[in-house]
Structure formats: structure tokens, C-alpha cells
Design a protein around this ligand. Structure first.
Ligand code: SF4
Ligand code: SF4
Length: 74
């Protein structure tokens, strides 16, 4: 069976730090940065891109469409 590798791109300028994507990731690969964006929100970051399988849960969950998921077949 094909294995997938993924990576996400977070629009950190628009992220509101709502934490929904953090909870949505089944592999616990997203956390909120201690840094804030220009709106004062701690934005989401992917902690370990090597483990991401591109499942898209985070991208689907984000209410503001701040996450783009890229997926490749290994
Ligand atoms: S695509 Fe899936 S595995 Fe990758 S960061 Fe998002 S929720 Fe986690
Ligand atoms: S769900 Fe979207 S707005 Fe909320 S923390 Fe994640 S990227 Fe930011």
C-alpha cells in the first residue's frame, strides 16, 4: 500500500491561535508558537514535518483556511 508524506504550510499572519488544528492532528505534530503574529496571536507551527502523513485533518479543521496541506506518495 502506498505511503504518503505530508507537509503543511500555515498562514501565520492570519492564524488566530484557536488551537483547533493542534487538537485535530492525530499524530500531535502541531503546537502553538510562543511567538505571536502582528495581531497578537500565538500561531500554529508544525513540530516534526518528517512524521506528517498528509491526512489533512488540520487543514479541514481550521475555520479560517490558514493551513494548506501538501501530500506526496512515497
Ligand atoms: S496533515 Fe495530518 S498528520 Fe499532518 S500535521 Fe495535519 S493533521 Fe497532522
Ligand atoms: S485552526 Fe487555524 S486559526 Fe486555529 S490555530 Fe490552527 S491554523 Fe490557527
Amino acid at each position: 500500500m502506498a505511503r504518503f508524506k505530508g507537509i503543511i504550510e500555515v498562514d501565520t499572519k492570519r492564524c488566530k491561535g484557536c488551537n483547533l488544528c493542534v487538537v485535530a492532528c492525530p499524530l500531535k505534530l502541531i503546537e502553538l508558537s510562543p511567538l505571536v503574529n502582528r495581531n497578537g496571536y500565538n500561531y500554529a507551527v508544525q513540530t516534526d514535518p518528517e512524521k506528517c502523513n498528509g491526512c489533512s485533518s488540520c487543514g479541514i479543521m481550521c475555520p479560517d483556511g490558514c493551513i494548506t496541506v501538501y501530500r506526496t506518495k512515497e
